[in-house]
Design a protein around this ligand. Structure first.
Ligand SMILES: [Zn+2]
Length: 242
């Protein structure tokens, strides 16, 4: 049984009670892997089940209940090809397929990942590591940057400061490339400029952080974007740091 958006509809878990009504946390969606052509079901999280109780200054969410971040990537259980959901079934050229097959074969020897609903922070770190490698190979800098950023968030939850710093450095490299070379919408430019400021601030590159926050405010100061509001606050904080 499958409807036109590929929803299988198997409710595989009921996780919490809300006002006496049982709400479902997980469901399964069918995908076809563009690399190895296998069809599989991926565990997704209902948006109603996602509760964010707090955010860090770089907008890293802390969840109440299921850690939805761990379920954001879609991964082929056969070859481990991994991207964000909206990109997963995008068509690939023959050359891209061959390069990705080689990449995934190599990653399979290095990583083992639990794709069940019981997945851990370590599994999540593996998934975003694969996604970052896939997007880097495809030359999609904004998506590679987002993968590294989310990898950094997972390492923060694991209290692994060294790996978090490495992931932030990877995110910065790709946000920089994206800003220089990719065609970005206004919303994307705002987000990229915010992270160029914020991640430089996190790496104690004060001068660079101030440069990017001021560029954001100069170019998009009139925008109502949450990134612009945050940038003003962060800019002040960085400027006051010794
Ligand atoms: Zn596959």
């Amino acid at each position: 049984m499958q409807n036109k958006v590929g929803i299988i509809g198997d409710i595989i878990h009921t996780a919490y009670l809300c006002g006496g009504v049982v709400l479902q946390t997980f469901w399964e969606q069918e995908f076809k892997c563009p690399v190895c052509a296998k069809t599989f079901h991926s565990i997704r999280v209902f948006s109603d089940a996602i509760k964010i109780k707090d955010r860090d200054s770089d907008l890293k969410p802390t969840y109440d209940g299921v850690n939805a971040l761990l379920f954001q990537p879609v991964t082929c259980p056969n070859c481990l090809y991994t991207t964000f959901e909206s990109d997963f079934e995008a068509s690939l050229s023959q050359t891209q397929k061959e390069l990705l097959t080689k990449l995934c074969e190599k990653l399979k020897t290095l990583l083992s990942v639990d794709l069940s609903k019981e997945r851990t922070l370590k599994d999540g770190a593996s998934l975003f590591t694969i996604a970052a490698a896939v997007y880097s190979l495809l030359g999609k800098h904004l998506r590679a940057a987002e993968s590294y950023l989310k990898l950094a968030w997972i390492f923060r939850d694991m209290n692994n400061h060294t790996e978090e710093t490495k992931a932030i450095t990877g995110a910065l490299k790709h946000f920089t490339e994206s800003y220089k070379t990719e065609e970005l919408s206004e919303d994307q430019q705002i987000m990229v400029l915010f992270y160029l400021g914020e991640l430089n601030a996190r790496l104690s590159n004060k001068k660079e952080a101030v440069k990017w926050f001021s560029t954001l405010i100069q170019k998009f100061g009139n925008s109502n974007s949450v990134y612009v509001k945050l940038a003003r606050k962060e800019w002040q904080e960085v400027t006051m740091r010794k």
